[in-house]
Design a binder for this molecule. Structure first.
Ligand SMILES: N[C@@H](CCC(=O)N[C@@H](CS)C(=O)NCC(=O)O)C(=O)O
Length: 211
């Protein structure tokens, strides 16, 4: 059986949790705080980040987008990626936007965790612009459609759905739902799926100093 190193708020880990559930693949969830010094994450990923998928043969697969692709290739059914090249590229484009926005959110989170005199407002605002740009892009691209691409649930929806719910968990003050009501409805619809309901993100306390 697979094991998954995961953190409760992590949108990256949630993408993999949802994909495993959608494919009906059993896995053991191992919850870590990857930012604490005693995390076991570096034992399995030299980049020291989770999610990490641990395989029954002892090997590990890391980097969420690569894990998603790996699982898609190893367990093609049900397909969460279109078969046609243009469809595939369209889905991957959504994944790129989402990962970029999540990376910016993580940088913002740790920027404001620094001592006040070490925080950089221009750096924070630079990251914020990326998140705002991603939301604007997603709102325009999805509109009132049920799914990101071709009226079908794909890895693109898993990615966008995890970003939107992560915003609610870590950035509750960000008024994205009011700004983009279409995206809010899209997010609410996705959160009804059992795979989403069973992986609702929750904040985690980081014990050690990171930045
Ligand atoms: N690009 C990576 C990002 C993963 C990531 O940033 N994970 C965070 C938890 S949400 C982490 O483990 N950070 C620990 C660190 O960067 O040292 C992916 O998609 O898997």
């Amino acid at each position: 059986m697979y094991k998954l190193l995961s953190a409760t708020p992590s949108p990256y880990a949630r993408k993999v949790r949802i994909q495993l559930a959608e494919k009906g693949l059993a896995f053991e969830l191992i919850t870590e705080v990857p930012w604490n010094t005693d995390t076991q994450t570096p034992l399995y990923n030299p980049l020291e980040k989770l999610p990490v998928l641990l395989c029954p043969d002892g090997s590990s697969v890391f980097e969420s987008r690569y894990i998603n692709e790996w699982l898609e290739l190893k367990h093609p059914k049900p397909a969460l990626m279109p078969k046609d090249v243009d469809g595939m590229l369209a889905v991957k484009r959504f994944e790129v936007i989402v990962d970029g926005a999540c990376d910016a959110l993580v940088l913002m989170f740790f920027e404001i965790a620094r001592d006040a005199d070490k925080q950089s407002q221009p750096w924070f605002e630079r990251q914020q612009r990326k998140v705002d740009g991603a939301l604007r892009y997603l709102s325009e691209a999805i509109g009132s459609n049920e799914f990101c691409h071709a009226h079908t649930f794909t890895l693109a929806d898993i990615a966008v759905g995890t970003l939107l719910r992560y915003l609610t968990v870590r950035w509750a003050a960000k008024p994205w739902r009011e700004q983009y009501p279409g995206l809010a409805q899209y997010s609410d619809r996705l959160e009804m799926r059992p795979s989403f309901k069973n992986s609702v993100p929750v904040p985690q306390v980081i014990r050690d100093r990171v930045a």
